[in-house]
Design a protein around this ligand. Structure first.
Ligand SMILES: [Zn+2]
Ligand SMILES: [Zn+2]
Ligand SMILES: [Zn+2]
Length: 317
């Protein structure tokens, strides 16, 4: 194993310079043409794609894009990572322009109580709430909320509400999984974990604690130290992919891996009653309890949410 990568050369441009470079239609067309091409493009190919009639200026605009957004290789011109990110951001944001979906009942059922759930979408955020129980979070959120996070507008295109909810679950998993391993899914830098802990957690019939406005006592906050990308998740989600937990579920008849957050009526019995609590604060230690039928798996985790031990107990009352 090596140490830090120490030969990294950085040439930074300021944000103002970057936007000045990109604020031009011909240059955006060049990025888009390179993005559409599977292989690097020669100067002549690119020019005939983008600006067949405009020889002098084309060269000038292409020069502005190299080297920060476009690279020149032996095979021709190609996008650099930053150029690719720009095109992708433009595409994901505008395939459907700022759509908004009024909350409406769907065929999806609540994992906690099996009542129908409502889905709505506004300002790039997808929200799902149960029409009957308290869901996962209360407070400022509508009653019964259990999903509320950023989802690109392109994710709504050509999908039913149920399929959009499903896609949002999968997308959430794909972002939070690397964060649980300490890697930012957006920029690959390191992740800081901090915790939101309710000191007096009490869930009554609504299952939402009045002190923390949440069903769960401990939430993990993952934040990238570099690009500030952040996500919040229930602390015990980090335990679900551990082999001891997967095999516990397998032994109780769940033959596929539980997606981290995908609580559906099908797998609800396996995750509905999971609890997570704090056993020590310096350093942090957590205990996650997973009851299924007469068995319970007790998992202890450290401050990085790595599993320290997992122990099965049987309740033969
Ligand atoms: Zn419900
Ligand atoms: Zn609480
Ligand atoms: Zn990042």
């Amino acid at each position: 194993m090596g140490g830090p990568v120490d030969d990294v050369e950085t040439e930074e441009i300021t944000a103002t310079e970057a936007f000045a470079i990109l604020g031009n239609e011909t240059r955006m067309e060049i990025l888009r043409a390179l993005w559409q091409s599977d292989e690097p493009s020669s100067f002549a190919e690119l020019r005939s794609d983008v600006a067949p009639d405009d020889k002098g200026n084309f060269n000038y605009h292409l020069g502005k894009l190299t080297d920060h957004f476009v690279k020149k290789t032996d095979d021709g011109y190609d996008l650099r990572f930053a150029g690719e990110q720009i095109v992708r951001a433009v595409l994901t944001g505008t395939i459907t322009s700022a759509p908004s979906v009024r909350p409406a009942e769907t065929d999806e059922r609540c994992a906690y109580c099996d009542a129908p759930v409502e889905m709505g979408y506004t300002k790039d955020v997808i929200s799902v709430r149960c029409t009957d129980c308290g869901g996962v979070i209360g407070g400022d959120f509508p009653d019964g909320t259990y999903m509320h996070y950023q989802f690109p507008p392109s994710g709504l295109a050509d999908r039913t509400p149920e399929a959009a909810i499903d896609a949002a679950h999968v997308l959430y998993d794909s972002k939070i999984a690397p964060m649980m391993k300490g890697i930012c899914p957006e920029c690959a830098s390191g992740i800081d974990i901090s915790y939101d802990i309710c000191d007096d957690h009490q869930v009554g019939d609504s299952k939402i604690c009045p002190n923390c406005d949440s069903r769960y006592e401990v939430w993990a906050l993952y934040e990238c130290e570099h690009c500030r990308y952040r996500r919040k998740s229930v602390m015990w989600f980090a335990a679900l992919n551990h082999p001891a937990v997967v095999s516990f579920y397998y032994d109780h008849g769940l033959d596929e891996k539980i997606p981290i957050r995908k609580l559906t009526s099908d797998n609800a019995q396996f995750v509905r009653d999971v609890t997570g609590t704090v056993t020590d604060t310096d350093p942090f230690r957590f205990r996650v309890t997973i009851p299924i039928e007469d068995d319970t798996l007790v998992v202890s985790m450290d401050e990085e949410l790595d599993v320290l031990s997992a122990r099965r107990t049987s309740d033969s009352r």
